[in-house]
Design a protein around this ligand. Structure first.
Ligand SMILES: Nc1nc2c(ncn2[C@@H]2O[C@H](COP(=O)(O)OP(=O)(O)OP(=O)(O)O)[C@@H](O)[C@H]2O)c(=O)[nH]1
Ligand SMILES: [Mg+2]
Length: 217
């Protein structure tokens, strides 16, 4: 594979990011806000997996393309996640601050990711950021204190956590940038030129694996 730098030192990176978390916690809404800057209260549950591409001009010489895999909450009970997780280099796990059960499920999602996807020769866990979503529904709705959350993420191997709101557009970009910083620092897949992995002209990237899932949308 060629180096990602061209003659002028311009680099493009493509990273596959998983967005997981229990049903209705706001994964699709977070992605729609991040990619298209739109939000709707209308709930249409994702079936299987959906995709979105977000291009970030990281700095004048670096473009980062995030291929976001929006995995349906109901997939925690299915058998496809191993296939969906393949070659991911980072993840976001969401929970709904008004529903304790969705927070309880966070550990299950994290364990699922850690057991099914790693990076590098040492098989390190991929960086995962925790999103406490729907924080617009009120501070009182928040089910953990900030100190508890700091401790929780440290104890459970997350790189960090953010209170987010897809509705109010709060902290989504910040959380994504934080994750990308870690991915870049890890130097994961830096040698993969974008032209090898992105289908030109398609807003919706194709799944990278050949034995992959049927995309259900
Ligand atoms: N108030 C509020 N509502 C939100 C927020 N994010 C999502 N919602 C609402 O929560 C519901 C579920 O959001 P989705 O984004 O579809 O949730 P999901 O995690 O993709 O759900 P599945 O695809 O079923 O796994 C929708 O009615 C959204 O409008 C938020 O930040 N604040
Ligand atoms: Mg969804």
């Amino acid at each position: 594979m060629s180096q990602p730098h061209d003659e002028e030192g311009y680099s493009e990176y493509l990273y596959k990011i998983l967005v997981v978390g229990d049903i209705g916690t706001g994964k699709t809404s977070i992605i729609k806000r991040f990619v298209h800057n739109i939000f709707s209260m209308h709930y249409k549950s994702t079936i299987g997996v959906d995709f979105a591409l977000k291009v970030i001009n990281w700095d004048p010489k670096t473009e980062v393309r995030l291929q976001l895999w929006d995995i349906a909450g109901q997939e925690r009970f299915g058998s496809m996640t191993r296939v969906y997780y393949k070659e991911a280099v980072g993840a976001m796990i969401t929970f709904d601050v008004t529903r304790m059960s969705t927070f309880d499920a966070v550990a299950k999602w994290k364990a699922d990711i850690d057991s099914k996807v790693t990076y590098g020769p040492e098989d390190k866990p991929i960086p995962v950021v925790l999103l406490a979503n729907k924080c617009d529904l009120g501070k009182d709705a928040f089910i953990k204190t900030a100190n508890d959350m700091d401790k929780y993420v440290k104890d459970n191997g997350f790189i960090g956590w953010f209170e987010t709101s897809a509705k109010e557009n709060m902290n989504i970009e910040k959380a994504a940038r934080f994750l990308v910083e870690h991915i870049l620092k890890n130097d994961i897949r830096r040698n993969a030129p974008v032209s090898d992995t992105v289908t030109p002209g398609l807003g919706k990237p194709q799944p990278q694996q050949t034995t992959g899932p049927t995309c259900c949308k």
